[in-house]
Design a protein around this ligand. Sequence first.
Ligand code: HEC
Ligand code: HEC
Ligand code: HEC
Ligand code: HEC
Length: 337
Amino acid sequence: MNKVTTTTASLLLVAVLVAGGCERPPVDSEQLGYRGTGMVQITNPRLAATPVSIPEPIPAVSSAGPKAGDIYQNVQVLGDLSVAEFTRLMTAITEWVSPEQGCNYCHNPANLASDDIYTKVVSRRMLQMTQHVNASYQSHVGATGVTCYTCHRGENVPAMIWTEQPAPRAAAQFAGWRDGQNLAGQPGVAYASLPYDPFTRYLNDTETVRADVRVNATTALPAGTSDKDIKDAEATYALMMHMSDGLGVNCTYCHNSRAFASWEESTPQRVTAWHGLGMVADMNDVYLAPLASTLPENRRGPLGDAPKAYCATCHQGAAKPLNGAQMLVDYPSLSGR
Ligand code: HEC
Ligand code: HEC
Ligand code: HEC
Ligand code: HEC
């Protein structure tokens, strides 16, 4: 081989690698819709194999004997548990939320009944939120449900949360007004040059969520029936980027891309996702946002709001959080039933 063909061959090789999206084969593809509809889920087995560690369940204890509500002074949510069950749950949440700091992350050791430490007040609300999600959103979480570990995974604050963001100053006025988009380094929308905060708009308020996400025209010509413009469509796409990235799936996990709006051609997972949108808005609106006044300044966002949940908070890159691990079954007091 002479020098020219060697160079050509190496350039070709580079071109193939670059065009291949930099992912070394093999990749798995699974057909989700009818043949020819392009509804294929592509996964990389090397990345999908990333294991998630799940704490061993603590052995069950007796529900007999006096109730926590009768023995302790300041138990407002878990009063129906036996003292043994109550202690078991305290041990579990310590492992899920503050394994390094232990009980004293939430408690004043001199007086366990005291609500002095803000983390205890936050945790009580977290207990209620967890019970509410498990009891009222079986349309989304099924019997799998969630525990503190689904979001926290041994961390004080879950790894994936969002807060409202200040409008960044345009770099030296060259970029002009950013209008809430094109900010590099926004992981929430998978680094897309789309609006970086579709969450305040769609995942904050139980009243306005869901129907507002829809932007496709329902008539051939603008007939005055839609008040949606390109800006609205961009916000929808930003939210969709978050949903795909948060679950580690393609758009075709939920949609047939020839008609994104069509429910008839969508997968059942899109219906689950639709219930999820309402669930997240409810969690943020009713439980998480109001905690702003309880949290210390360093836990709040740059605009002073409390950190909130989105799809990635529970899913963390998996189509089913913790790859579908069944943790709730061992902690029925969190089921809210
Ligand atoms: C992540 C926060 C958190 C951690 C860690 C935690 N607790 Fe609690 N604890 C709470 C909350 C919240 C309550 C109140 C529950 C309620 O209102 O139903 C509580 C209440 C209690 C009470 C009842 C006190 C009273 O008289 O009202 C006891 C006892 C207790 N916890 C023991 C423990 C022990 C022991 C540990 C460590 C193994 C522990 N807790 C770890 C959040 C926590
Ligand atoms: C849906 C996800 C989710 C679940 C489930 C969840 N949390 Fe949280 N938790 C959050 C978010 C988001 C924050 C940050 C916002 C805040 O501090 O209010 C947080 C913050 C906290 C904090 C404050 C930590 C700090 O250092 O400021 C504590 C304590 C806590 N959670 C305890 C719990 C306990 C106990 C449970 C289970 C009963 C639980 N959480 C379940 C999402 C969740
Ligand atoms: C996990 C499921 C899921 C994934 C993944 C997903 N979507 Fe969606 N998409 C939905 C749901 C649910 C709605 C409808 C929300 C509603 O009706 O309120 C929707 C709505 C839309 C709409 C608006 C349709 C209309 O009626 O106007 C568009 C456009 C869209 N998605 C595009 C995308 C794109 C592009 C991707 C990939 C980047 C994507 N979606 C990924 C679930 C998903
Ligand atoms: C409070 C935690 C939590 C949040 C937040 C959450 N999910 Fe889920 N989601 C779950 C659980 C748990 C399951 C598994 C249910 C099961 O096993 O049946 C699930 C399942 C799903 C599924 C079905 C997956 C499959 O393969 O069947 C889709 C799709 C989905 N979620 C989309 C979303 C979207 C989109 C969002 C954000 C709008 C979201 N989820 C937010 C907990 C959550």
